[in-house]
Design a protein around this ligand. Structure first.
Ligand SMILES: [Mg+2]
Length: 229
């Protein structure tokens, strides 16, 4: 399978990094512990007057690079490779990108090694990327396309209400195996996933949000069916 793994949450402990910087910089202000979080965005857990201070910490130099590695993440990534899965890191930069973008690459280099740097896919819209599954702590992921991947929600207090299938670094092996068995495949199957997406769209009488040349339209670029774009 082609497994896409989100960076902040499943791999890098954004929450712990924030709580540590917040209490260090503002020792008199309350901290919302990660296990009590109910909103995906940290800024939504605090009074509005703290919003700018929160954003300032998250976009400050060294914040992303200093995030701790989530326990079990490295073993899971290596375990997926050992099972024959293709793995990519799919991550969205903060809108205040000046430190974040470079530090996301540096973080991967530091904690996972240079071989993983070339597997980073940086995008604000994860629906534009193909894959079989996306392991991501965000409760709901939307974008321009109907995603071809299945969203597996990485366990966190703020996503317990998500309707998607859940995963953690203690049960990832079983979850991925169940999906492979259900799909009847152990290899890359994004083509099958795209087929299912088109089928579902036809059933619901909707056009999939996808450029026609991706799906072998004879009128596609250069008239080639399924050719490179
Ligand atoms: Mg995340």
């Amino acid at each position: 399978m082609l497994v896409l793994v989100d960076q902040d949450g499943p791999l890098a402990d954004f929450e712990a990094g924030f709580c540590s910087r917040w209490s260090e910089k503002y020792p008199d202000r309350p901290v919302v512990p990660t296990e009590q979080r109910r909103s995906f965005y940290i800024k939504d857990e605090y009074p509005a007057e703290y919003r700018e201070d929160i954003m300032e910490i998250q976009s400050s130099p060294g914040f992303i690079l200093g995030l701790p590695l989530i326990p079990g993440a490295l073993d899971a990534l290596h375990g997926m490779e050992a099972e024959g899965d293709e793995v990519r890191i799919l991550t969205s930069p903060l809108t205040r990108y000046h430190n974040c973008v470079m530090e996301k690459y540096a973080w991967v280099d530091r904690h996972l090694g240079p071989d993983w740097v070339r597997r980073i896919i940086l995008t604000k819209d994860k629906t534009m990327v193909r894959g079989d599954v996306l392991i991501d702590d965000k409760p709901e992921i939307t974008g321009y396309f109907i995603p071809v991947w299945e969203h597996l929600v990485f366990d966190a207090a703020y996503n317990v209400d998500s309707l998607s299938r859940r995963i953690s670094w203690t049960d990832w092996r079983q979850v991925l195996r169940q999906i492979k068995i259900a799909r009847g495949t152990t290899g890359m199957s994004w083509r099958g996933t795209v087929g299912r997406m088109v089928e579902q769209a036809e059933q619901s009488q909707q056009e999939p949000h996808a450029p026609r040349h991706w799906y072998g339209s004879p009128q596609g670029r250069g008239g080639r069916i399924g050719g490179p774009v």
